[in-house]
Design a binder for this molecule. Sequence first.
Ligand code: AHG
Ligand code: MN
Ligand code: MN
Ligand code: MN
Length: 328
Amino acid sequence: MPSSLDAHLRSALDADEGQRRIAEAIRHLCTASVKVRNQIIEGGSNLGEQRGDTNTDGDVQKELDVLADRAFLQAAKDSGFMFFGSEEQEGPVTLDENGDFAIAIDPLDGSSNISTNVSIGTIFSILPVSDANRADPKTVFMQKGANQLAAGFFVYGPQLQLVLTVGDGTHVFLFSPKFGGFVEQTASVTIADKAKEFSVNMSNYRHWDTHIRNYVDDLLAGEEGPRERDFGMRYVGSLVADAYRILQRGGVFLYPSDGRKGYQNGRLRLMYEANPVAMLVEQAGGAATDGTTRILDIEPEGLHVRTPLVFGSKREVERIGRYIADPD
Ligand code: AHG
Ligand code: MN
Ligand code: MN
Ligand code: MN
């Protein structure tokens, strides 16, 4: 019988009471993920329907966005977290005054794919709470990604998977209904150093800055071009699905800044999309930047700030940085 998530948590997070509380929180998050999975599998056709409201971010809220937000808010309460910062909430929600941790979460990632039966997910980031944060709650979601104590995402796809790091490498767990829990599927994922695929929404090409266009042009030129080899392209439009593929077989993902409305800093949110993905990718030997700056070093200005995001095979991410730094 493969080792269970529980066994992994007991060995990776048992040094002190704080670590044991994080392990317990991850168990509660898993419980919430199975609830969301069951709603997706059994739920009616209205899960992808718009609810008419928009979230702080300006995204239209889908039924499943709200259902997932509720399920993970309950998990955060059960975990004794002090703060809950969600894509679907205006600002930090204070839960337990005596809590020592905060969670930044994207309860349902890939909402545009809910009604197309494409893989979607939940992305989370667990952060410490300092006395300064207690005094001024909005600062708790202005911590650099390097402060994260744990990060992960669930993929609701043909399989329900948890991709997790607590700073000891990146590990993949599979939900097994037979076993009744999560079992280890891939211990210590490592991202292939060489990228054979790129992942970007090409329809935004005309909005990118010149350096990014030059980089993608060189990929498209294939073996006749300066890269002297062909590249494949995959783009799911759910960050968790693109990230999981890159963890499994390498590649590079880009969501650059573009001049469109409100996307000067790209579309993806630093606290609950870029930071957790960056920690998972770095723990798997890859790299994650905003094009030039390491994602985990960026000082966030608030819970919902956006950032351009480039991540994946380390050498490819570094190459993109050179296109931007010395364009000719
Ligand atoms: P969310 O559904 O949580 O708002 O996130 C959607 C994000 C992310 O999953 C994906 O990488 C990106 O939106 C796709 O954006 P485009 O449709 O603009 O390519
Ligand atoms: Mn959204
Ligand atoms: Mn998302
Ligand atoms: Mn979302």
